[in-house]
Design a protein around this ligand. Structure first.
Ligand code: HEM
Length: 504
């Protein structure tokens, strides 16, 4: 009996020692290592690191709207309040702690370029995915590494080629946008001016476009998957915001059970569509048919396709719809740019009235407006990477296992890069080519850059052109400016616009 107690005490002591070593000794050693190189930060707090403070800063930022003073679109205090505060106090880069995990916050474009271009090369890679995210992204491209990622990326690059997007998917984008505009006309009901909350409208449109491009004729069934994914996002967001207690995600709590149910239903719905597509074997340009009909040697299995669809739904819908909502807001606030863009659309589209493939490259002002929108309101505000070896980055020696928070939104709003008017809307800055490759990276950079960039660009150009051709936009007095980070950057209370029909 005594020896059993001695063994238990010994095991307990070893565990306690290991715990103290990992949560006290190692973090303070790492902190010292950075301090000696002049990199400081808010300081390590055992076990939870700086997470309680970060949570508090976010709550404080979200508790009040941020009025648009003099066209100032500085989003950082709301979407990365901890970055905003600590980079001002400790300089750039600075060190902070997610639990006992060190994170280096970086916003120097040279360093970001080096990290993103070398992602997957052995020194830097993406961070392991938060297992809670599996319900949203499945085992899709975003969550994969190494050979498996390379195979999926090769297969997915094919459907997203420019010619294919223009030829196969542009007509769907135009048709779905037309339907939305017809509904807007019904809403107008002959009035000169009417109010419209466009954020929800654009999300519905983006969902329709993704369903159409993804599933072709199985479009209606495909749309049901969005409803499931939307509910899942709410639970995912709750899970991410709650304290990270190890093992909690395996317990049958009410939220977990609901997430499991939604996940099962989503998987079954996608599986049913894959099988239906297999049975009909119809010639189709849908994403599903393109994936299933790909080269025998490089084929994805059913479970892998399910993973890609979950990613496609989430990554494809949220980002483009949010960017479009911000673009319409900015046009409502800047009538001179709206006029310039409308003139261009009328000139370029001519009697077509809707964009066709050849027109898109000539919509240069529309393109500049979209770029400026993505600069001020990047849907993805940061990228995460990790060092997998000890590396030297610039002048800093970074130990293996350090997470790198690449502050994309901070780069986009840096007055040193963009000038004193960095927070103002000025599409003219995109007239000339960019000064630095990594100074504007809404779609990321390097091997992991956005696979859907072409689809997103064509979708945004087409929709924006069709809306401004049909309506003059002004911002409604009911609009409350409150950029919010809810997985991607969105307007917390929507975007309320006043629409007046053009005579075109
Ligand atoms: C305005 C629209 C969009 C923006 C701003 C955007 C942004 C991004 C960014 C920044 C990344 C890189 C993430 C990283 O390096 O860690 C990314 C990756 C990705 N995006 Fe997009 N995206 C958009 C639209 C789309 C669309 C329409 C799709 C698909 C339908 C899509 C699918 C993906 C996928 C699958 C990845 C992962 C690529 C990989 O890891 O190889 N995105 N996106």
């Amino acid at each position: 009996m005594t020896s059993l107690i001695l063994v238990l005490v010994a095991v307990f002591c070893i565990r306690l020692f290991k715990f103290a070593y990992n949560t006290i000794w190692i973090p303070f050693r790492i902190q010292n290592h950075f301090k000696k190189q002049g990199v400081t930060g808010p300081g390590y707090h055992p076990i939870f690191g700086n997470m309680p403070e970060i949570r508090r800063l976010f709550e404080e930022a979200m508790s009040k709207p941020s009025p648009l003073h003099d066209g100032d679109h500085d989003v950082l205090p709301r979407v990365a309040p901890f970055y905003h505060k600590w980079s001002n106090i400790y300089g750039k880069p600075f060190l902070y702690w997610s639990g006992s995990q060190p994170r280096l916050a970086i916003s120097d474009p040279d360093l970001i370029k080096e990290i993103t271009m070398n992602t997957g090369g052995g020194s830097f890679d993406k961070t392991g995915f938060d297992p809670k995210g599996k319900v949203l992204f499945g085992q899709g491209l975003i969550a994969l590494f190494g050979q498996q990622w390379a195979l999926h990326r090769r297969i997915l690059n094919r459907p997203f080629r420019m010619e294919r997007v223009k030829e196969c998917w542009l007509p769907d984008i135009v048709a779905e946008t037309r339907k939305m505009l017809e509904k807007w006309e019904e809403r107008r009901a002959g009035r000169d001016e009417f109010e419209m909350e466009v954020f929800k409208q654009l999300h519905d449109l983006s969902a329709d476009i993704i369903s159409r491009t993804a599933f072709g004729t199985f479009f209606e069934q495909g749309k049901q998957i969005f409803l499931l994914q939307e509910q899942q996002m709410q639970f995912f967001s709750l899970a991410v915001e709650s304290l990270n207690i190890p093992g909690l995600r395996f317990l049958p709590t009410k939220n977990n059970r609901e997430m499991w149910r939604l996940d099962k239903e989503t998987n079954e719905s996608i599986r049913a569509l894959i099988r239906a597509n297999n049975e009909t074997r119809e010639e189709s340009s849908s994403f599903l048919s393109l994936l299933m009909g790909s080269d025998e040697e490089e084929r994805l299995g059913e479970e892998e396709i399910i993973g890609e669809f979950k990613t496609f739904y989430f990554a494809g819908k949220e980002t483009a719809a949010n960017a479009l909502a911000w673009a319409l807001l900015l046009l409502g606030l800047n009538p001179e740019w709206q006029d310039k863009a409308r003139e261009e659309v009328i000139r370029v589209l001519g009697s077509n009235k809707v964009p066709v493939a050849e027109n898109l490259k000539d919509l240069k002002i529309v393109n500049m407006i979209i770029d400026e929108t993505l600069r001020l309101y990047p849907p993805i505000v940061m990228l995460m990477r990790k060092t997998y070896k000890d590396v030297k980055l610039g002048n800093i020696n970074i130990p293996a296992g350090t997470e790198l928070y690449l502050a994309l939104a901070a780069v986009h709003h840096d007055t040193y890069i963009w000038g004193n008017d960095a927070h103002k809307f000025n599409p003219d800055r995109f007239k000339e080519s960019r000064k630095h490759l990594a100074s504007f990276i809404p779609y990321g950079l390097g091997p992991r850059f956005c696979v859907g960039q072409t689809l997103a660009t064509i979708e945004m150009k087409t929709i924006l052109a069709m809306i401004i051709r049909q309506y003059y936009l002004t911002v409604s007095p009911t609009y409350v400016h409150a950029p919010k980070l809810f997985i991607s950057l969105e307007p917390q209370y929507g975007v309320q616009l006043l629409l007046t029909r053009t005579t075109l």
